[in-house]
Design a protein around this ligand. Structure first.
Ligand SMILES: C[S@@+](CC[C@H](N)C(=O)[O-])C[C@H]1O[C@@H](n2cnc3c(N)ncnc32)[C@H](O)[C@@H]1O
Length: 343
């Protein structure tokens, strides 16, 4: 038996840390099962470490599993338990294709916690079975880009839509400043999208960049495409079957409203918006692509989300480690995750 201790990242949000210790165990199970390992995962209760997860396996963990662990949303440091009270630090392999600071600098009300976003992206990566060499991640309601930036960090091309022009502007301003300050080679393009009558319905922002000059020159670039538009117009903006993963933190009906088709006004329930949008989202997914959505259970029940996804032809993953993520964020938000795949 081989035993390991994962010291959990304390993050900056105390309440999320407590939830993270719970849901992070499921995430680790999902990450490691992909690599064919089903270790025993539990919280270390009698340890001097401030917050740690115990991982017990029959065989020693190998490079692929250690890389997956490096990318888990909980990971801060990793040790092999070499004897009673004896921890051997393990240097985890690098997993990021772009500096993590891309997602750590910009702070704003309504930002999806970046560790939680990483957890969702990890579930999407592990549920996805497309064969694309370079994966494309889509966030159809991307705010100021937390999911998109996580996608870039993980080496994916990313596409987003966001209805609020202020968020769209802030995302651009931040990204350009970040790339210039960090001296990352990049190229930017801005365009407009019009309908068949010539009426503009979306602004478009495109960036290509890379972590190194060599990668940029070798055409090993990462691309970000964001449309300032209503997500229900996605089919008019992106090609069919363009993405391998769709990851989105839905409006909670508290901080963010969701504009509904019927009234055009802000609704407190994201269910209606999800029903209006899901066909277009599924259209943008390749066969084998995964979809991971988070939402507030006070405004959208998991069973309702499941019905909407299944009616759209998706196969919902209803068992652990892809289900069971309900956790408290604050008084008005009990957050959950639903994960599904396109057959
Ligand atoms: C929970 S927030 C996502 C936050 C984002 N993950 C971030 O960290 O910045 C939900 C987002 O959905 C956007 N939204 C609401 N209705 C929309 C619609 N009909 N089309 C596109 N975006 C919409 C809101 O403006 C908000 O930015």
């Amino acid at each position: 038996m081989h035993t390991y201790a994962l010291l959990a990242n304390p993050g900056h949000n105390r309440i999320y840390f407590e939830s993270a210790m719970e849901i992070g165990q499921l995430e680790l199970a999902a990450i490691l099962s992909r690599n064919g390992v089903s270790p025993k995962i539990s919280v270390m209760t009698d340890s001097a470490l401030p917050g740690a997860i115990l991982i017990e396996t029959q065989e020693p963990l190998e490079e692929a599993e250690l890389t997956a662990i490096a990318a888990s949303s909980l990971t801060y440091a990793f040790f092999e338990i070499a004897g009673e009270d004896l921890l051997r630090p393990i240097k985890l392999p690098p997993f990021e294709c772009f500096p993590e600071s891309l997602n750590q600098i910009l702070r704003y009300t309504g930002k999806t916690n970046e560790q939680f976003t990483r957890l969702m992206v990890n579930l999407a990566i592990n549920a996805c079975s497309t064969d694309s060499e370079k994966k494309t991640l889509l966030d159809p309601m991307c705010g100021k880009g937390t999911t998109l930036f996580e996608g870039i960090i993980r080496g994916m091309n990313v596409v987003g839509t966001e209805v609020q022009s202020a968020s769209f502007a802030d995302l651009q301003a931040f990204l350009i400043k970040y790339l210039k300050t960090g001296r990352f080679k990049h190229r930017i393009r801005r365009e407009k999208r019009s309908d068949s009558n010539g009426k503009k319905f979306a602004d478009f922002f495109y960036v290509e960049t890379a972590a190194t000059k060599e990668a940029f020159a070798d055409d090993n670039k990462l691309t970000l495409q964001v449309y300032c538009a209503d997500t229900r117009r996605l089919p008019e903006l992106v090609k069919k079957q363009c993405c391998d993963m769709l990851v989105c933190d839905l409006p909670y009906g508290v901080q963010h409203g969701s504009k509904t088709a019927s009234t055009g006004r802000l609704s407190r329930s994201p269910a209606e918006l999800l029903e209006d949008s899901i066909a277009g989202w599924v259209n943008s997914m390749k066969s084998g692509a995964s979809i991971v959505l988070s939402f507030n259970e006070f405004t959208l029940k998991w069973d309702v989300a499941k019905e909407i996804l299944e009616n759209a032809g998706l196969t919902v993953k209803a068992e652990a480690p892809f289900a069971g993520y309900l956790h408290r964020v604050d008084q008005s938000i009990n957050r959950n995750i639903i994960c599904a795949v396109k057959p």
